[in-house]
Design a protein around this ligand. Structure first.
Ligand code: SF4
Ligand code: SF4
Length: 217
């Protein structure tokens, strides 16, 4: 069974056999059962079914808009709004929003979020569907740095912004001049939140190849 097909799993109980409800019409009926609430601090999606209740919650204060959840959502149910950078200054942070009609409450996003901004509950228990079904996603990550672009005028903002201390800028001072010698990333500490990418005024960082290999049970 595909662990992401929660629309099928919703109807598995002791007394009811699996009912194939993956047709478009049936999905539309199910989606009418979703409620969406949004305020300044939070976005909530809730789906009530006969036997279960699913809740997906985004803490907007914790989210830094890295977009990992949107890249990995198997139903493209997360819209990512890119940052606005003017003259090297970040004027609007990137952010995400849900497409309630597409979400199947698989919980991939909640499992993969590096900042714990997303969480999922099944019948008030904090657990994601893919974790409950032992179908863990595998994230492969890579960050490229264009070191030649790096100029120390930014006061090593990437090193300051990194929440885990994974970035080390090595520099040399000669009189009033400061030269960057190297920018190193400790991959064992990197959580792929992409703050370095958004904060660097010279766009030295490009995070890529964040993808999911779907596990199956
Ligand atoms: S993965 Fe987490 S921090 Fe990144 S955009 Fe999604 S909710 Fe925000
Ligand atoms: S639970 Fe998250 S990853 Fe799964 S479909 Fe919904 S938004 Fe996408």
């Amino acid at each position: 069974m595909d662990p992401y097909e929660t629309n099928v799993m919703f109807f598995m109980t002791k007394n009811i056999n699996i009912i194939d409800i993956t047709s478009v019409g049936a999905l539309k009926i199910l989606n009418r059962l979703i409620t969406r609430r949004r305020n300044r601090d939070e976005i909530r999606l809730k789906r009530r079914l006969l036997t279960r209740e699913y809740l997906l919650r985004l803490n907007r204060n914790l989210c830094d808009g890295c977009g990992l959840c949107a890249e990995n959502c198997p139903r493209e149910a997360i819209n990512w709004n890119p940052p606005i950078v003017i003259d090297g200054c970040l004027t609007r942070k990137p952010a995400i929003d849900f497409d309630a009609d597409s979400c199947i409450f698989c919980g991939v996003c909640a499992t993969i979020c590096p900042l714990d901004a997303l969480s999922m509950e099944i019948d008030a228990e904090k657990i994601a569907t893919i974790v409950k079904n032992k179908a863990f996603p595998v994230l492969s990550k890579e960050i490229k740095i264009t070191k030649e672009k790096c100029k120390p005028g930014c006061e090593f903002i990437c090193q300051q912004e990194c929440p885990t201390g994974a970035i080390k800028c090595i520099y040399e001072k000669s009189g009033k001049e400061t030269d960057t010698i190297d920018v190193q990333i400790d991959e064992s500490l990197c959580i792929y939140c992409k703050r370095c990418e958004w904060s660097c005024p010279l766009r030295c960082f490009i995070g890529e190849e964040a993808f999911l290999r779907k596990s199956r049970i």
